[in-house]
Design a protein around this ligand. Structure first.
Ligand code: KIV
Ligand code: ZN
Length: 372
C-alpha cells in the first residue's frame, strides 16, 4: 500500500498555515525518515516559494522517496513544475458540472481535450503522471469514466479520485473505487483523496483501500482545507491493523512526526485525536486502569509504543487503588492498602473540588501521610 503524503501541499493550503521553505524541507526530511512512499512537496506554479521549496525538497530527499508537484492541466504550469527537476507530476482539472460551469467556464469537450493534451505533454517530457479529476465524487458518473479513460489513453500512470468536499460515505466511496479499479485494470494505480467535511475521511480512505485502491493521499494530523484531509496516522494504522496490509511507514515514529508538524504549523494536536492525541492511551477510571495494568490489551487496541505515543494513567474522582499503587510505586513510594485508601480518598476530594490531580499531588499526600 502506497502512502502519498500531501501535508506540504493540501495540508499547507489550510488557512493560517504558511510554512517557510526551510520548514518545508525539515518536514520533508521527517516524512522521508518516516517512510512515506510519495511526498507532494507543493504547487510549484503557484508561487516562487512553492517553486523553490519543491526544487529543494527534491534535491534533499529525492533519492529516498518519490517527490511530486501539483500542477493545473496547462502547459505553463507543467513547464514550471518540470523545471524544478522533479520527475513526477500531479495533474488536476475539475470534472463536475458545478466546477466546470462556475469555476473553469469550460465545456465537457474542452475539459476532455485539456486532460488529453496535458497528460500527453507531461508524458512526452518523461514525467510520471498522476491525474486527478477534481470534485470526482460530485461528477456525473459517465463523464467521470470518460475523463479517466481520456487520461489513461494519454498515458497517465495513476488515477486519483478526490472527494474534494468530503461528501462520500464509506459504502458509496467503496462502490465508486471498486468500479474504477475494475475499469482501469491492474496496470493503473488507483488512489484515494478524502476530505473530512463529515468526519469520514479516514473511514472513506479505508473503504477505498478495501475496494482495491493501492494508494492513499493523507496529511499529518489531518491538516488541510476546511475540516482537513484524511489523517496519515489514522489511515496508516487502520490499513495496518484493521485491513492487515503492509505499509512502509515506521509507525513508531508517528507521534514524533505528528508533534513536529504541530510545532511547525502552529496547529496543536487535539487531546482526543486517535493514535497521536495525548489522551489516545489515557486511562483514569479504576476499572480501566486495573485492566490495563493486568494486560494493556483490555483497554488498548494497539500499544502506545507501536505509534511512539505514551500510556498516561491519570488520577481523578474515577481512580482506583491499582492505578494509584502503580503510580506511587513508579515514584518509589510503597504504601500499605490501608494507607493507599486514605490517599485515594484525599485525591477524590481534591478532584471533586475541581482540581486537576497530578502525580505530584498524590506523591505529596502520600509523603505527608508517611511522615505524620
Ligand atoms: O481535494 C482536491 O480535489 C485536491 C485536488 C487538487 C487533487 O486536493
Ligand atoms: Zn484535496
Amino acid at each position: 500500500m502506497r502512502i502519498f503524503d500531501t501535508t506540504l501541499r493540501d495540508g499547507e493550503q489550510a488557512p493560517g498555515i504558511d510554512l517557510t521553505v526551510e520548514q518545508k524541507i525539515m518536514i520533508a526530511n521527517k516524512l522521508a525518515d518516516l517512510g512515506v512512499d510519495v511526498i507532494e512537496a507543493g504547487f510549484p506554479a503557484s508561487s516562487e516559494g512553492e517553486f523553490v521549496a519543491t526544487k529543494r525538497i527534491f534535491e534533499e530527499v529525492g533519492d529516498k522517496v518519490e517527490v511530486i508537484g501539483l500542477s493545473r492541466s496547462n502547459k505553463n504550469d507543467i513547464d514550471k513544475t518540470i523545471s524544478t527537476g522533479i520527475s513526477s507530476i500531479h495533474l488536476f482539472i475539475a470534472t463536475s458540472e458545478l466546477h466546470m460551469k462556475y469555476k473553469l467556464k469550460m465545456t465537457k469537450e474542452e475539459v476532455l481535450n485539456r486532460i488529453y493534451e496535458s497528460v500527453r505533454y507531461a508524458k512526452d517530457h518523461g514525467m510520471i503522471v498522476e491525474f486527478s479529476p477534481e470534485d470526482a465524487t460530485r461528477t456525473e458518473e459517465d463523464f467521470l469514466f470518460t475523463a479517466i479513460r481520456t487520461a489513461i489513453e494519454a498515458g497517465a500512470d495513476r488515477i486519483n479520485i478526490p472527494d474534494t468536499v468530503g461528501v462520500m460515505h464509506p459504502f458509496k466511496y467503496y462502490d465508486l473505487i471498486k468500479k474504477i479499479v475494475n475499469f482501469v485494470g491492474e496496470k493503473i494505480i488507483v488512489s484515494t483523496h478524502c476530505h473530512n467535511d463529515f468526519g469520514l475521511a479516514t473511514a472513506n480512505s479505508l473503504a477505498g483501500v478495501y475496494a482495491g485502491a493501492r494508494q492513499v493521499h493523507v496529511t499529518v494530523n489531518g491538516i488541510g482545507e476546511r475540516a482537513g484531509n484524511a489523517s496519515l496516522e489514522e489511515v496508516v494504522m487502520g490499513i495496518k491493523k484493521l485491513l492487515n496490509y503492509e505499509v512502509n511507514v515506521k509507525t513508531w515514529k508517528l507521534y514524533e512526526v505528528s508533534r513536529f508538524v504541530a510545532e511547525m504549523t502552529g496547529v496543536p494536536v487535539p487531546y482526543f485525536k486517535a493514535i497521536v492525541g495525548d489522551n489516545a492511551f489515557g486511562h483514569e477510571s479504576g476499572i480501566h486502569v486495573h485492566g490495563v495494568i493486568e494486560n494493556p490489551f483490555t483497554y488498548e487496541p494497539i500499544s502506545p509504543e507501536e505509534v511512539g505515543n505514551f500510556r498516561r494513567l491519570a488520577l481523578g474522582k474515577h481512580s482506583g487503588i491499582h492505578g494509584l499503587k502503580k503510580l506511587l510505586e513508579e515514584q518509589g513510594i510503597y504504601l500499605s492498602d490501608d494507607k493507599l485508601k486514605i490517599v485515594l480518598s484525599e485525591i477524590k476530594k481534591l478532584a471533586e473540588s475541581g482540581h486537576r490531580v497530578t502525580v505530584d499531588d498524590a506523591k505529596n499526600i502520600a509523603l505527608k501521610l508517611l511522615n505524620s
